[in-house]
Ligand binder design. Sequence first.
Ligand code: 0A1
Ligand code: ZN
Length: 866
Amino acid sequence: MLDIHTAAATPPPVIRREDYRAPDWLVPEVSLDFRLDPAATRVLARLEVTRNGDHARPLRLDGDGLVPLVVRIDGAAAADTWRMDGPALVIDLPGAAHVIETEVEIAPAGNTQLMGLYASGGLLCTQCEPEGVRRITFFPDRPDVLSRYTVRLEAGEATYPLLLSNGDRTDGGGLEDGRHWAEWRDPFPKPTYLFALVAGDLAANRDSFVTRSGREVDLAIWVKAADVGKTEHAMAALKASMAWDEQTYGREYDLGEFNIVAVADFNFGAMENKGLNIFNSRYILADPDTATDGDYDGVAGVVAHEYFHNWSGNRVTCRDWFQLSLKEGFTVFRDQQFSADQGSAAVGRIENVRALRASQFPEDAGPLAHPIRPEAYMEISNFYTATIYNKGAEVIRMLHTLLGAQAFRQGSDLYFERHDGQAATCEQFVQAMEDASGADLAAFRLWYAQAGTPRVRAAISHEPASGQARLTLGQSVPATPGQPVKQSMPLPLRVALFGELTGRVLAPEQVVVLDGPTKEVLFEGIGERPILSINRDFSAPVVVETDRSAADLAFLSANDDDPFARYEAMQQLMVDTLVVAVATGTADHAPVVEAVERTLTDPALDPAFVAEAVLLPSEAFVGDQMLVVDPPAIHAAREALRARIGTRLEEAWRAAYARGQADRYEYSPQAKGLRRLRTVALGYLAAAGVADAAALAFAQFDEADNMTDRQGALGVLANGRSAEREDALDMFYERYRGNGLVLDKWFTTQAVSTRDDCLDAVERLARHPDFTLANPNRLRALVGAFASNQRAFHDASGRGYRFLADMVIAVDRLNPSTAAKLIPPLGRWRRFDGARAGLMKAELRRVLEVPGLSKDVFEQASKSLG
Ligand code: 0A1
Ligand code: ZN
């Protein structure tokens, strides 16, 4: 087909939720036969198709770049009954059931999109979510067509000794000419997006797990032979996840095998293919020398996430892609619960909220805002967003809060029982929760339909004479694209009151549901002025505005019995101080310094919590609080406050630093907390400009027996101007130049630097021989990280914007879905001054003028321009 229009000239079609129609044809059984070869792989498909309902419509098989070499209907070559409709194969069929056979040839080695069948470091592997199967074979590539798969793989044995697919291996053997084959059968009907295969030369860490009903499952994590020693943490997390899901949700694993494969080139974190999870290697490989404590947490969290999808996603899947949050929001909630149970729940919750505020809140406040169940898309790959995942998880968490743990579990049991083996909708999930609990969730459903972060106003008044305190609440949901007017939503707010004088709990925690535009709550027997603690544990994903004074916030930061609320009070105090400093050029630092000191020197507190609580909010987060973001002013104000906290509390930072010095590396929650606090302390000492800061940092860097300490120290050095800086960067590079995942850290450390010359360094690094556009991890490590560096990216010259747009344009030719993920920082132009906004828009326009732009980038750039 000759397409002379650029995407910009002919916008791609919009797919709408309201247009959903059940599939015309079903495919209960499919056999796929792969003759694997990187340059030319033959794919033979045999589909048993059945007409779905009473209609005369033809069978339509999606394809993307495929040419049918053979089409057979019920065993006979059928030249005149099929035709191509654009990329799709359309076949007129007379009966109710037929067998369709097709054959195509594809070239995995040339697949730079990393979607479909592709090559990565000598392996052949697949990524099929959301619409990758159509790049492998002709098929109804939609999640509501569920099939039982039999897969035969054939390849050269020397290069590809390992042949994996979904389900359990049923057969295999040797062939002539050094080739061999294996057959896999997955007894569970599944949609195309869960299909997977891997062929390669890998070694395994093997283990086993006995399910609660006594079935033994063979577990294997497949990696390059040299990396097997880095899979222990992932294996432990897998077994812990399997046990946890039995305990917490009553969900048992259902196949005889569970395989995980790590690959170096991957568009996302990992993929939950049935029985054959494929991972970005950064979420599998971990050892103390190469992975930070944060990386360890990432590995455990993603292993758990993909495992939990076996039920929330695979056994019950999504009817259509508008329901994506059905599996993703629920599964993120489940992995957050798991991580909270494994480590510090308080620190975990703080990290969840930090991530939500860093990525989802800006999305919800900008041109790409969408509800967790979107209404329309051009390219579904653009909807794997923080809103679908993280806000989706917050919505499930609110259900958990509103219904209580027990009713929530009954609802989840009912959902799995009712919809096992089906492709379900968000509505069916809510219905199951409603039916099991008896609760009325009519208004709650608005959370699925409305975008935007609600704002809550909260004020408390007190009458000493009557002992009454009155909490006044109001909500508003801001307008978002396509949704100018919003309805109030039920917001579960955990609330408590503390006594200013006695420090006592005056009103223990209760859940107040703000279910209209306003609400008043009366508290009796309040004998002293109450201080309001609200949205404890971040019970609702909202912005809360109160008029609490600096003194009240300081009080809560020291005395609240909810760790999240304590952290939040400190953050609010810091944000308020910084906003005043940016607006007026000066601010009273003392309340923040005192609050940090109390937290830092409180021996009862967990060091991991302390390390989170004493960190200043990011420059981007401060920017999000302002009408017009002024990046240099925010940077200056934040650095000044950092320096003040560092200088005033130098002795306390030195003490925390010394306390974090361990004789020997240990992986335990306590040791992790101390390491975290140690590097935070080092950062404050450097900010204070103490004479030995660089020497301390370099010693920590050089003597470290683990990556957490080493990278932490490198980050501190990278922000400074010491002689040690260049040495440390060079040493780090030389030590790890063969390890791609660690080299990513080297790029990121420089891209997030607070130095004035960061932008120059980033432009230089983009020309470094180890930089490549082809590897998504490397791209995110440099370009993604740079775009999150508010001051450097928003350099008044516009060079940061130009750099990002150049990258988008270059990457789009290789990997459109990854290119599109780089666009959102340019879409925030409304929040900046006229000069910056103009430069940002000009770059978006420049991107849109590129001939042959992908629909992925077209959708994001055109919406961002607004
Ligand atoms: N379902 C996966 C996410 C995923 C989506 C797309 C991918 O390739 C483009 C890969 C993974 C998850 O939630 O983990
Ligand atoms: Zn997921």
